[in-house]
Design a protein around this ligand. Structure first.
Ligand code: T46
Length: 141
């Protein structure tokens, strides 16, 4: 289980052409994990906070492919806010990190590249339970 120091910004490879730019994310290379799922958040109303949970096993890479938003990462000891607004930067979130996504700009699109398929059992949605998990208590696997 990692800490917020493991939640680093990863610079993505961008190929510039006169016809426009192309950013590449290869599993195990640009994203430091093989991935099984991609989803994206968009049409997020003003003032909404998303996330508010941790994952037990999932690795994710978050990219603001349009607009901007702020991610709060929390390992139960320390918190950090990271504003994402560059199409060539991804925020790595390792397992065991509580995250919230807030301050979505108009038109923001948050692309999420995830190491695993969707599994409701991988979520910890209660903060007190998250703290127990960080302290080594078992939370159903
Ligand atoms: C995360 C942040 C950044 C699915 O059916 N399949 C999926 O792959 C996902 C991600 C969600 N869902 C369903 C589950 C809920 O009924 O879609 C609904 C909304 O999901 P949730 O409330 O978890 O959405 P967010 O934006 O709070 O969190 C999501 C991811 O769930 C989470 O892993 O880190 O985006």
């Amino acid at each position: 289980m990692g800490t917020i120091k493991d939640c680093i910004i990863i610079k993505l490879n961008v190929i510039h052409r006169s016809a426009g730019d192309l950013a590449v994310v290869e599993g195990g290379k640009d994203a430091p994990f093989p991935f099984k799922r991609i989803y994206y958040l968009f049409n997020v109303p003003d003032g909404v906070v998303r996330g508010g949970h941790a994952h037990k096993h999932l690795y994710q890479l978050l990219i603001a492919i349009n607009g901007s938003f702020t991610v709060v990462v929390d390992d139960g000891f320390e918190q950090q806010e990271v504003k994402l607004f560059k199409q060539n930067e991804g925020l790595l979130i390792v397992p065991g990190i509580w995250r919230e996504l807030k301050d979505f700009s108009g038109g923001a699109v948050a692309l999420v590249i995830a190491s695993e398929g969707y599994d409701a059992e991988d979520y910890i949605r209660d903060y007190a339970q998250f703290i127990r998990f960080r302290n080594g208590d078992s939370v159903n696997s």
